[in-house]
Ligand binder design. Structure first.
Ligand SMILES: Cc1cc2nc3c(=O)[nH]c(=O)nc-3n(C[C@H](O)[C@H](O)[C@H](O)COP(=O)(O)O)c2cc1C
Length: 292
């Protein structure tokens, strides 16, 4: 079965699936298998200290996959010390565009200048990821071609005014979001994937669940600890829902979907096969599933 949404039209991927940005881990050996499996693999730019190393990475990524991939620029909010402010990233954006990257994703803070650069190049798109509806509306006003809203169940950048994925997706249109919408936060299986599309998303962004894969480049027994983690544990609950997670890169509620370590292809194939099965059980008989 084919999948067609406003996002796949832009990304030219087989499935409406986007890899989350990953501090430390978001490099080619983790991103290329996502692209190869039909999603949009993402290289996270702030993992590369120099423009030269970044460019080299993009060239090597293209050796690993001929399929579309994107680059993420996580922008430092004022006072943030680990990330870099937007103005220092513009050269990196030029490199990505010159290397033929068509999808530039930004996150965390204002990225309108990057957006302008992306739009100056034909056929390129700017997706912005944020944690609240207010920021999604601002990104849309500044010309973002799509917005990702990360739900409270998710990880990465937390915000005291963050809402759940259900509320973000189902109320986005009413709140005035007209550009394609990407659901992120707490999604880890076919039901979550389909539910996000039913709630109004044009694609799904997987973060935590992709850490439970053979290609996730973690050391030691980190992955085994994810398998064994109790997502209903009270301390974990408080970290996720009571604002104690801040921006530390730990797993989200989607860790509950990590039962064993599988390949990225096995995961993505599994989601798509199961999603099709569910749709067929509901009576869908077409060859192409579209959210238009
Ligand atoms: C280890 C880890 C590192 C992350 N690093 C970043 C980052 O540097 N920039 C960013 O925008 N999001 C980052 N995220 C968030 C993901 O890109 C994605 O938005 C989030 O994981 C989606 O929620 P989920 O984990 O529930 O799927 C990170 C997530 C994880 C698990």
């Amino acid at each position: 079965m084919k999948w067609k949404t406003r996002i796949t039209e832009m990304t030219k991927t087989e499935f409406p699936i986007i890899q989350g940005a990953f501090a430390i881990f978001g490099k080619r050996t983790f991103a290329a298998p996502v692209s190869e499996a039909g999603g949009l693999g993402i290289i996270t730019a702030h993992n590369f200290q120099t423009a030269r190393a970044f460019q080299k990475e993009l060239k090597k990524m293209k050796e690993l996959t001929q399929k579309p991939f994107g680059v993420n620029f996580s922008i430092a909010p004022p006072g943030h010390t680990r990330l870099v402010p937007e103005e220092l990233l513009l050269d990196y954006v030029d490199i990505a565009l010159d290397e033929g990257v068509k999808i530039i994703t930004t996150s965390a803070y204002k990225a309108a200048e990057i957006g302008k650069k992306v739009h100056a190049k034909q056929g390129c798109f700017w997706f912005h990821k944020c944690a609240t509806m207010k920021h999604a509306l601002a990104a849309q006003r500044h010309g973002a071609d799509a917005v990702t809203i990360v739900g409270l169940e998710g990880t990465g950048f937390k915000n005291p005014l963050q809402n759940t994925t259900l509320i973000n997706m189902t109320l986005a249109r009413k709140a005035g979001i007209t550009v394609p919408l990407i659901a992120a936060g707490g999604i880890g299986d076919a039901r979550g994937f389909l539910a996000a599309l039913a709630m109004g998303a044009d694609a799904v962004c997987f973060g935590t669940k992709l850490m439970g894969t053979t290609e996730f480049p973690a050391r030691g027994n980190f992955k085994q600890r994810l398998v064994e983690m109790d997502s209903f544990n009270e301390d974990f609950y408080k970290k996720i829902y009571h604002g104690k997670l801040r921006d530390s890169p730990i797993a989200s509620m989607a860790v509950g979907f990590i039962d064993r370590i599988i390949s990225i292809k096995e995961f993505i194939d599994g989601v798509m096969i199961e999603a099709e099965k569910i749709l067929r059980a509901w009576g869908f008989s077409g060859d192409t599933f579209t959210t238009f």
